[in-house]
Design a protein around this ligand. Structure first.
Ligand code: SF4
Length: 192
């Protein structure tokens, strides 16, 4: 029995939930993927180019997806506060509510009932698979900021109390504590 191949056969079938013909609740699979990504992405990645890279499509197709999500009221675009030429995408309250109907929730719920140590192994297994395929294809997948080599952590002890400040060495910008768990398309993981 080839356990690795058997796992991929199962993964392939689970992926049918993610990739489908037509629409589910009015959105195509890539539109769902875009909405899901933008609801979890940090401020550096809520851009049309980061979205195109995550969804694995051209800028033109990403633009079409953004237009469709905007038309439905799930997304809005604003000029970036730091660079007026850039656009920042934000999921609206209506979009956040709509994510309750996300077709992938059935997979999330199936994993959520597992014991925590199983969930951690499950997540780490996928990371390992992605890290290995990144190495083979010379690319970096999108992942959470807290694992990135560019994240700097400065700890200061004041009156016996420890405070931690985060910053990004790539973007030369402070990172709020809540942002370290968000997705970033510029994420880079140090390979051993
Ligand atoms: S530290 Fe890495 S993941 Fe975090 S914002 Fe910077 S580039 Fe992105």
């Amino acid at each position: 029995m080839n356990l690795a191949r058997e796992s991929i056969e199962l993964l392939e079938q689970a992926a049918r939930i993610l990739w489908f013909e037509g629409t589910k609740h009015g959105l195509r699979d890539r539109e769902w993927m875009a909405l899901r990504f933008l609801s979890r992405a940090n401020r550096f990645s809520r851009t049309p180019s980061a979205l195109a890279s995550y969804v694995g499509t051209t800028r033109g197709t990403a633009s079409f997806i953004i237009g469709e999500l905007e038309r439905l009221g799930y997304l809005e675009r604003k000029r970036s506060a730091t660079d007026k030429r850039s656009v920042m995408l934000s999921v609206t309250q209506q979009g956040k509510k709509f994510l309750v109907r996300d077709p992938v929730n059935v997979l999330v719920e199936a994993i959520a009932v597992l014991d925590d140590d199983v969930k951690i192994r499950f997540r780490d297994t996928f990371r390992h698979v992605l890290d290995q395929s990144d190495a083979a294809e010379q690319r970096h997948h999108t992942d959470v900021c807290k694992r990135c080599i560019f994240l700097r952590e400065d700890r200061t002890a004041t009156d016996g109390k420890m405070t931690v400040e985060f910053s990004c060495r790539l973007f030369r910008a402070p990172i709020a504590e809540a942002e370290v768990d968000l997705l970033c398309s510029s994420f880079e993981y140090h390979r051993q």
